[in-house]
Ligand binder design. Structure first.
Ligand SMILES: [Zn+2]
Length: 426
């Protein structure tokens, strides 16, 4: 290739990528669209949405722009913090306090002329179905389970069997320290994010009863200090998780509680991690996972090679270990399965205890749920009149509320789907 070639000449800029797009390879997908057709699709038609412009998002945006995606959209509700700068390389000290999505979009457009990045500084929940329908692909680089569950359920609900265009492949990346995963979700066809919820390391919420009465983990003691002791001692004074004095106070209170219950492992940094919900982030792990996600996006958009089926795990905590497997769909997945989740309980179990069981279960992870049957409201969180009217049920036995068992529908305001339980008694 001539070095005198105009730097803005697109044909020259993607010379290396074109070597892949012009020729079928040994593992090429059956639908391989060699040559100009696929280049035209990638560079003039494909519209891709990136959710998150943080550690993974910066990498994802750069990779997509450099492999030839030219119409990229990005959503992020966060602003840039000084602690992001060690890995979120699209940001500079002058950008602290500004929107991640907007700054990242500008940076990419300056660095890779011809690429259009459209930012949205806000929440994914602000957008409706029509917004998501415009994309060919969605890539998530998020650190929030809640946001992933929301976009996953939204994309599954979007699928209209009459309209193949309504199926939007979702590529999800996640990291935690030296560990990470990348996966390809074909909504309604492959297993979805909700199907694999039980694979998460830790629950995102601890039931208040455990925190108050039967702590077992150092995290329970820290939650006790922050959720129960802080308001009891400090009244209306808000905790400032950026203030070292407040963290030290929580640490001391949590450590004393841990000692009382013979629990080990409460440290200052764990305390800070729990109250600030910090997931340790390493730039190079983000780079590996983001790169994996983007290669899959490129393969799906161009059919230039077979794509990931469907779950890639990277474990860098004990040497380097990786594993790829096909995660299977769950028939009772509340999002993509059709069956109710069978649940056998003791007839003496009260509604309140059932709610607590649900909050603790790793495969459900529901916060503040409301429960009802087809004919009866068991417990509703809102509006206040209904909460008050259904509150007495909390102390009642399930065998009194639904004699003989049956279907109970569980809803939570933060989740765009219902969980259906099929309750029977021991
Ligand atoms: Zn599912």
């Amino acid at each position: 290739m001539s070095t005198s070639q105009d730097a803005n000449d697109w044909e020259g800029r993607y010379y290396h990528i074109d070597q892949i797009l012009d020729a079928p390879g040994p593992r090429t997908d059956e639908g391989f669209m060699a040559g100009d057709g696929v280049k035209d699709f990638l560079r003039n038609q494909a519209k891709i949405l990136v959710i998150g412009a943080g550690g993974l998002g910066c990498e994802i945006l750069a990779n997509l722009a450099l492999t030839g995606f030219k119409d990229i959209h990005v959503i992020d509700m966060d602003t840039i913090d000084i602690s992001n700068l060690n890995r979120q390389f699209l940001f500079r000290p002058k950008d602290v306090g500004k929107s991640k999505a907007i700054v990242a979009a500008e940076f990419i457009m300056n660095r890779v002329p011809g690429v259009k990045v459209t930012p949205y500084f806000g929440k994914i929940q602000d957008k409706d179905d029509n917004y998501y329908l415009q994309f060919n692909l969605v890539i998530c680089g998020l650190d929030s389970v809640e946001a992933r569950r929301w976009i996953n359920a939204t994309l599954v609900n979007l699928v209209d069997p009459e309209n193949p265009e309504s199926l939007k492949p979702l590529i999800d990346g996640g990291t935690e320290g030296f560990k990470g995963q990348a996966r390809v979700i074909l909504p309604t066809i492959t297993s979805c994010y909700e199907c694999s919820l039980e694979m998460l390391n830790k629950p995102t919420a601890f039931p208040i009863c455990t925190i108050a009465n039967t702590p077992r983990l150092p995290e329970h003691c820290i939650e006790w200090a922050s959720v129960l002791e802080w308001p009891r001692i400090h009244g209306d004074k808000k905790m400032d998780t950026d203030n070292p004095d407040d963290i030290s106070w929580l640490y001391n209170v949590a450590a004393a509680r841990a000692k009382e219950f013979n629990i080990e492992g409460v440290t200052w940094s764990l305390t800070q991690g729990v109250v600030k919900n910090i997931i340790p982030a390493i730039a190079s792990t983000n780079a590996i996972i983001a790169a994996s996600c983007c290669n899959e996006a490129f393969k799906i958009a161009t059919s230039s090679a077979a794509y990931l089926n469907n779950y890639f795990m990277l474990i860098g905590t004990e040497g380097v270990y990786s594993y790829t497997f096909e995660h299977e769909k769950k028939s009772n997945c509340p999002v993509c399965g059709g069956d109710s989740l069978p649940l056998t309980i003791n007839p003496e179990t009260t509604l309140e205890e059932l709610i607590e069981m649900l909050t603790e279960r790793q495969d459900i992870q529901i916060k503040n749920p409301s429960l009802s049957t087809a004919s009866k409201q068991l417990y509703l969180r809102a509006p206040p009149q209904l909460e008050e009217a259904t509150r007495p049920n909390l102390a009642k036995k399930m065998s009194e509320l639904i004699p003989g068992g049956g279907d109970v529908v569980v809803t939570a305001g933060t989740l765009p789907f219902n969980l259906s339980l099929d309750i029977s008694f021991k």
